[in-house]
Design a protein around this ligand. Structure first.
Ligand code: DX5
Ligand code: ZN
Length: 220
């Protein structure tokens, strides 16, 4: 299981230190939650901050765009050379075009599904998706409780991927901690995003390794 700490749950006045925590803890990616106050009822940071973080981060960035009309500013995010960029299925009517633009910009292209959006909507587009990000909370805030029924979506998505012989990566985001990261691994999740479980822990550096260890126990 790859671990992607979400710095949304860190001290937003000290994001450089949050990057250091991710690096010292052995995180695989840094998850950046971009919110526009329109698609979701919260507003975080935009492309200038993503670009500044990219200059400071030794780790690959995973940019999660919780914005309406993601195509509008896509190039500004791609300018930060993130490893992964995802857009919500619910946020665009031109999903295939946006995915192609992300790939052309040099990043892996992902689709995010809100909890209530069924995985079946991916039936046709899956071959041109590098990764699927399943929300296990309603997007907008860190620290919300995990919706356990999303695990069944992960299992069904894994079957869809295998039936098509694809290598699509599955990422899970929201409410993940030591109590459920193993269940995510068993359901076929490849990347776990964790905000509060890392940055609200007494020892955030150790928390990253602990999540990885718990995931491995369950998957074994
Ligand atoms: C929610 C964000 C998540 C969130 C994760 O809208 O997409 O990435 O920051 O935080 P936790 O792990 O605290 O739910
Ligand atoms: Zn996120």
């Amino acid at each position: 299981m790859r671990i992607a700490p979400s710095i949304l749950a860190a001290d937003l006045a000290d994001l450089a230190s949050a990057l250091t925590v991710c690096e010292r803890g052995g995180a695989d990616l840094v998850h950046l939650d971009v919110m526009d106050g329109h698609f979701v009822p919260n507003l975080t940071f935009g492309a200038p901050v993503v670009q500044a973080l990219a200059r400071r981060s030794a780790l690959p960035l995973d940019v999660h765009l919780m914005v309406s009309n993601p195509e509008a500013l896509l190039n500004e995010y791609l300018a930060a050379s993130p490893a992964m960029v995802s857009v919500h299925w619910e946020a665009t009517v031109h999903l295939d075009r946006v995915l192609a633009e992300i790939r052309a910009g040099g990043a892996e292209a992902g689709v995010v599904l809100n909890p209530a959006t069924p995985v079946d909507v991916l039936a046709d587009v899956l071959p041109v998706v590098d990764f699927v990000l399943l929300m296990a909370v309603n997007p907008g805030f860190a620290g919300q409780p995990f919706l356990p029924w999303v695990l069944d979506k992960a299992r069904r998505l894994r079957i869809m991927i295998e039936e098509r012989g694809l290598g699509t990566v599955v990422e899970l985001d929201g409410g993940i901690g030591c109590a459920n990261v193993g269940l995510a691994a068993a359901a076929g999740v490849d990347i776990a995003v964790a905000g509060s479980a890392v940055f609200a822990a007494a020892d955030p550096v150790a928390a990253i390794g602990e999540l990885r260890a718990r995931a491995a126990e369950q998957a074994a």
